[in-house]
Write a new protein. Structure first.
Length: 136
């Protein structure tokens, strides 16, 4: 079964890497889908972010691929025979936001599986990483 792990990944954090690692233990294939989110304004385009993700994935993770995408995640899933969307959750705020997206994607024919963050990674967000990097 192929799973898609979508996100803006600006930047790709240790928490994201952990979700991919756990997803690859559950699914036959995992596609890290570097998506365009109209609400967010990343510092680089999706192709550059996809290249950055590829650079940090261990080479032995042969069942993990990275793709850049503009459009609905559910459309990507249908076009590429992905059966499920994977999302990581750090806290209840994430759950509330992700639940709404999961309901929409379910109505479009693609279910979502949630993977809770490892406790030591729950406080790390892309926003926090960007903020720290900008102050150096």
């Amino acid at each position: 079964m192929r799973a898609v792990y979508p996100g803006s990944f600006d930047p790709f954090t240790p928490g994201h890497l952990n979700v991919v690692n756990r997803a690859r233990a559950v699914f036959d294939e995992v596609v890290v889908l570097v998506a365009v989110n109209g609400i967010k304004h990343p510092g680089t385009d999706e192709e550059e972010r996809a290249a950055a993700v590829r650079a940090v994935l261990p080479v032995e993770w042969t069942t993990v691929t990275v793709a850049a995408w503009r459009g609905l995640t559910s459309t990507y899933c249908r076009r590429h025979d992905a059966a499920v969307i994977v999302r990581g959750l750090r806290n209840t705020t994430d759950l509330q936001n992700e639940y709404q997206l999961a309901a929409m994607n379910q109505s479009l024919g693609v279910p979502t599986v949630f993977l809770p963050a490892q406790p030591e990674l729950a406080a790390v967000s892309s926003t926090a990483v960007r903020t720290l990097a900008s102050q150096r």
